[in-house]
Design a protein around this ligand. Structure first.
Ligand SMILES: CC1=C(CCC(=O)O)c2cc3nc(cc4[nH]c(cc5[nH]c(cc1n2)c(C)c5CCC(=O)O)c(CCC(=O)O)c4C)C(CCC(=O)O)=C3C
Ligand SMILES: [Fe+2]
Length: 342
């Protein structure tokens, strides 16, 4: 599985979620995200407000462009002649348009780096669906697209996050509790089994990543929490919510926290709103100090990790991973994983 084929690849494609870039984009973007997903209109109104608060602009596209620039620089440094394309699920540049452009420019086979470290529906399977849909839209001339594997336990992803936790710790005096957060998902979705047949595939990967980051940062006690839940209120999602958890910690006498958004790879809207506004306000209200750790962003280790994932295919490199949990997610042309991980 480490190597899909011996033959060559002629491009890399960064595949992400996408975000609006102005007030008028917000509604149509949210319609794209939630089509057929049963998210109540009240929740959409609330989330729309978060985007409008920032001029209708999510930082996510800019952050992805920054990551692409860093990746291109590193590829050039290594004299690798691989152009990097950018396509999104929910907003421009849309994956369909990018795949059409790749075909126009003669790309035949490309490796796809998804900006999600995880298995599960939202983190993995939906990206396979995006790839299949985009290729279908482009037709016969669509390039072959090979999605890179999940990287939740890659040592360089772990190190980048651990270092960010250490930097956040330096901002605070004295002891602070480390609280990791990842995007909540419906409990029913999390009950799907992983390749080992055991349920809770996504949340187990998140717990495993948290354990590795804590160990690398020399942190003994930490918590795993969830953020940004949506869906109707009667549907259970993964808990505790990060803000509720701050209250529980406060009640236990904790007065300083480091919040690490390990579930995300960049400081996009769910990080800057749900953590830098909501969780930060909650901490202030409780009289706690809070330092928010950075996401992997353009940390050079994260950029190198992407190149290592590419090299697993280009050069037959050994997969580096620190956890016994399987890292699936690598398939051709949007086929679902052979293991039933999502
Ligand atoms: C697991 C997971 C990741 C991590 C993996 C990955 O990164 O892919 C992730 C990332 C992201 N989620 C994002 C934004 C949104 N997610 C929503 C809705 C949902 N996310 C879900 C899960 C996840 N989401 C789920 C189960 C839903 C409910 C609807 C459904 O079942 O599909 C909604 C709709 C409104 C709402 O309901 O909150 C929005 C606007 C942004 C972009 C932020 C920006 O614009 O900067 C990013 C990176
Ligand atoms: Fe998968």
């Amino acid at each position: 599985m480490a190597r899909v084929s011996e033959s060559e690849f002629d491009a890399v494609l960064l595949l992400s979620f996408g975000g609006p870039e102005g007030h008028d984009d917000v509604r149509p973007f949210l319609e794209n995200v939630t089509r057929g997903r049963g998210v109540p209109p009240e929740r959409l109104d609330e989330v729309a407000e978060h985007y409008h608060h920032f001029g209708g602009v999510s930082p996510i596209n800019r952050l992805n462009r920054d990551l692409i620039a860093a990746l291109e620089a590193e590829l050039a440094e290594q004299s690798r002649d691989l152009p990097v394309y950018f396509g999104n699920r929910n907003w421009h540049p849309l994956l369909e348009d990018t795949v059409a452009r790749m075909a126009d420019e003669g790309v035949r086979r490309a490796l796809v780096f998804p900006t999600s470290a995880w298995g599960g529906y939202s983190g993995c399977r939906q990206y396979h669906e995006d790839i299949a849909r985009a290729r279908e839209a482009v037709g016969d001339r669509a390039p072959e697209l090979i999605k890179l594997r999940q990287f939740f336990d890659h040592p360089l992803f772990v190190d980048a996050n651990a270092d960010a936790v250490c930097r956040a710790r330096d901002e605070l005096d004295g002891d602070a509790r480390v609280v990791f957060t990842a995007h909540s998902i419906p409990m029913r979705a999390d009950e799907r089994p992983g390749p080992d047949g055991d349920p809770h595939w996504y949340s187990r990967q998140v717990h495993e990543a948290a354990r590795l980051v804590a160990e690398a940062a020399g942190v003994r006690d930490y918590d795993v929490t969830w953020q940004s839940r949506s869906g109707p209120p009667h549907v259970p999602w993964l808990e505790p919510d990060v803000c509720d958890h701050l209250e529980a910690l406060h009640a236990d006498g904790v007065n300083a926290v480091i919040v690490s958004p390990l579930g995300f790879v960049s400081d996009h809207l769910e990080v800057v709103w749900d953590l830098d506004n909501e969780a930060a306000d909650k901490a202030t209200e409780l009289g706690m100090s809070l330092a928010r750790a950075a996401t992997a962003g353009t940390d050079p280790r994260f950029v190198t990790m992407i190149i290592e994932l590419v090299s697993e295919h280009l050069d037959g490199w050994q997969r580096r991973k620190e956890s016994p949990l399987v890292a699936a997610g690598c398939t051709v042309n949007g086929r679902l994983c052979a293991v039933p991980c999502c």
